[in-house]
Design a binder for this molecule. Structure first.
Ligand code: ADP
Length: 431
């Protein structure tokens, strides 16, 4: 511990203050209490606080520093009066071992420096501890709920400006304000974290948009050359199949197959990126009509496997009609595609839950093992080979995108071999 402060401590009298001094201190403490509860503006609190302290302990500089013991840093958050170069508001310093913050955190009681000469005698660096031209300093720890959160520093240009009774007063004042200051620091940290989060979110949004735009442009521009490859390969296959030997024919078949697959992928990618980039404005939309349109688009598949699709009366929602058709079409289409042995039975329903409609598309198909329930909504993720079931693995990611664009969420409830129920929510329209 600092020699000077130890000296001061041992000589601190325990005798009561004279009545006027005590009365003045009570008045100041009460006023500080009032200030704390009267405003949420921390700068206003600091200013009024400094004024109150000056009534009791005249100073040439008062400063409050925030200490972050995790980061091992100290930072002036408020200062009034004479400057100390390098200790302007906002400048962050590392806590030096044996420095004031370090000692205050360890001893948890105030320190008094009465004059540079005494300090030098004690082997300290007066210029550093007192700061600039200051001759006397009181430094007290601010402790809130047992945590050392900062320091209150009162300085004078006069030597021997303060004695131990003022040190004790400063400690009591520090105790009075510590909680409020700790809250302000915590709030500032929270605000900074929130700000960083907001920045990260907007950066993510921007890069997502860029990616979507890229996916759109790439898939759009890839369509034409791919179409050319596919159609000329087809021509080659139909006109020159005779002139190729067996191996040549197989190679050509692979080329045609590859080109067609790539076309399907590119088309689906375009569809996916269009959800965000080419969506229509929302309007009241009757989802019964959207389901009928989706079923009309699926009529060949429905007829082919004798599927039975039933539905409850469905609500009108605020949405993009074309996208809602696509959503229902993908889900009912999958319900038919991933059928089991029995003819597919698909039921579309909707129930009200709070501010949302929860739609369901239930089937009696092959089902999905619960561990894949999240993965299937990720673009290009499939649980089957192309030989088992055709597809590009993009349908459900399009569904997810559409639902999220409408402010809802989508999930699946299923067991392998026991059918699947896909549910999604859409906000209810105001009555
Ligand atoms: P695709 O059908 O092209 O593979 P999707 O994104 O539509 O792509 O589906 C992803 C995966 O989710 C499918 O490969 C399939 O394994 C599974 N799946 C989707 N719908 C169902 C369903 N109704 N029943 C069982 N499995 C399904």
């Amino acid at each position: 511990m600092n020699e000077v402060s130890r000296q001061v401590r041992t000589s601190r009298p325990s005798a009561p203050h004279e009545p006027e001094r005590q009365a003045a201190e009570y008045a100041v403490l009460a006023e500080i209490g009032r200030i704390i509860s009267s405003t949420l503006n921390i700068d206003e609190i600091y200013e009024q606080f400094a004024h109150q302290v000056s009534l009791l302990i005249p100073f040439d500089r008062l400063s409050i520093s925030a200490v972050d013991m995790d980061a091992h840093t100290v930072q002036a958050v408020y200062a009034v009066g004479g400057d100390i170069p390098g200790w302007e508001r906002g400048v962050v310093h590392d806590i030096v071992p044996g420095g004031i913050s370090d000692i205050l955190e360890r001893d948890r009681r105030g320190i008094l420096f009465r004059t540079p000469a005494e300090e030098e005698e004690a082997g300290h660096q007066p210029a550093r501890e007192l700061g600039g031209d200051f001759q006397t300093r009181i430094a007290v720890p601010l402790i809130a709920h047992g945590v050392f959160v900062g320091t209150l520093n009162i300085r004078s240009l006069q030597p021997y400006a303060y004695d131990e009774s003022q040190l004790a007063q400063a400690e009591r004042i520090g105790a009075q304000i510590a909680g409020t200051i700790a809250n302000a620091f915590a709030y500032e940290k929270l605000e900074a974290a929130q700000h960083a989060l907001e920045n990260a979110v907007s950066e993510l949004r921007r890069s997502n948009q860029e990616l979507e735009q890229f996916a759109y442009v790439a898939s759009h521009d890839l369509q034409e050359p791919l179409r050319k490859i596919a159609s000329f390969c087809n021509l080659l296959e139909s006109r020159y199949a005779d002139t190729l030997d067996e191996r040549g024919g197989v190679y050509l078949h692979y080329i045609v197959d590859g080109a067609m697959r790539m076309q399907a992928l590119v088309n689906d990618l375009l569809l996916y990126s269009r959800v965000a980039t080419r969506g229509q404005e929302f309007a009241p939309t009757d989802t019964n009509d959207m389901l009928q349109e989706a079923l009309a688009n699926l009529d060949v598949a429905v007829a082919e496997c004798n599927a039975c699709v039933t539905s409850d009366p469905l609500p009108t929602v605020n949405g993009d009609a074309a996208q809602l058709v696509r959503l229902l079409q993908n889900l009912v289409g999958n319900a038919i595609k991933y059928r089991g042995e029995a003819p597919p039975e698909v039921h579309v329903g909707a129930v009200r839950e709070g501010d949302a409609w929860v739609f369901s598309v239930q089937d009696n198909g092959i089902g999905i093992a619960p561990q894949y329930a999240e993965r299937i909504f990720v673009i290009f993720q499939r649980l089957h080979t192309r030989e088992e079931y055709g597809g590009t693995g993009i349908g459900l990611s399009v569904c997810k995108k559409i639902v999220e664009r409408h402010g809802g969420r989508i999930w699946v409830e299923s067991q392998e071999g026991a059918g699947a129920t896909f549910r999604f929510t859409l906000p209810r329209m105001p009555e």
